[in-house]
Write a protein that binds this ligand. Structure first.
Ligand SMILES: [Zn+2]
Ligand SMILES: [Zn+2]
Ligand SMILES: [Zn+2]
Length: 264
């Protein structure tokens, strides 16, 4: 089954342009149509007439307007940082027309954050009447945990993100590993025979909780996917000049980039 993957956002938590920064990449990012303009990280998967979203950052509303998102069928979360969960409330209008409650999938640590931040949505008594009609499903954090959605299987791929271990996901021939500093041994077998590998490449120099460009290139060479795309990028990486230094099968993603692949 064919699927279309859309990068809703390819930027780091501070986005590009980064507030208060006048560097060349941030300056270029103010230009309409600039491939350096990077909103908070998220991807949308369309297949089987369904739409599955991974993460809802602060830019979700803007991204949904830009891509013409009219309907969602499920949301998977990677972890509870602001750039991945804070747009949850913007799901509201998309849940009102939904058949039943929109399912959200998150591990315990992430679900705890979502329930705390959006307490008025999940309280049992005196719930805010027009809050999002969502149902939060808590999923085990073990490597290989599978969630079957509309004919595709989403497999949890644990990744190291600084002091935390968070969720990456594999779905068919593609994998999405945002926010990762290392890939634990247990996850390596889950990342074989990939068509598309999407992974974190924050900047040029090492960082405690994110992979940097050189390290991400080395991970791609180890896992040998057909194609690799970097995401969660800050303002170190100019789109055109960085791409020119990379092998042809490795490219920087950009907001709005669409990829076709086999999801099942
Ligand atoms: Zn992040
Ligand atoms: Zn900058
Ligand atoms: Zn994070």
């Amino acid at each position: 089954m064919q699927a279309t993957l859309t990068f809703l956002g390819s930027g780091t938590s501070m986005a590009v342009p980064t507030l208060g920064c006048g560097c060349a990449v941030c300056t270029d990012a103010h230009r309409p149509g600039s491939l350096n303009r990077r909103t908070r990280p998220s991807i949308l998967l369309a297949y089987n007439n369904r739409h599955v979203l991974i993460d809802t950052g602060q830019d979700f509303h803007h991204q949904a307007v830009r891509e013409g998102i009219q309907h969602l069928d499920a949301v998977l979360y990677t972890h509870g940082h602001a750039d991945h969960v804070l747009g949850m409330d913007d799901l509201r209008p998309l849940t009102f027309g939904h058949h039943g409650e929109l399912p959200l999938y998150a591990d315990d640590a992430t679900a705890d954050v979502i329930e705390r931040v959006f307490e008025y949505t999940f309280r049992k008594v005196d719930r805010y009447p027009t809050s999002a009609r969502v149902k939060l499903h808590r999923i085990p954090s073990e490597a290989g945990t599978a969630i079957d959605l509309f004919g595709a299987r989403f497999i949890r791929v644990p990744v190291t993100h600084g002091r935390d271990t968070i969720a990456g996901y594999r779905f068919g021939s593609a994998a999405y590993l945002t926010d990762m500093s290392d890939i634990p041994e247990v996850s390596i077998p889950l990342l074989q025979n990939l068509d598309i590998l999407i992974l974190d490449a924050l900047r040029l120099t090492p960082h405690p909780s994110h992979s940097h460009l050189e390290k991400s290139v080395a991970i791609v060479e180890q896992l040998r996917p057909q194609r690799a795309f970097f995401t969660h990028m800050g303002h170190d990486l100019d789109h055109a000049t960085t791409n020119a230094t990379l092998p042809r099968h490795i490219q920087l993603a950009y907001d709005g980039l669409q990829l076709q692949f086999e999801i099942a």
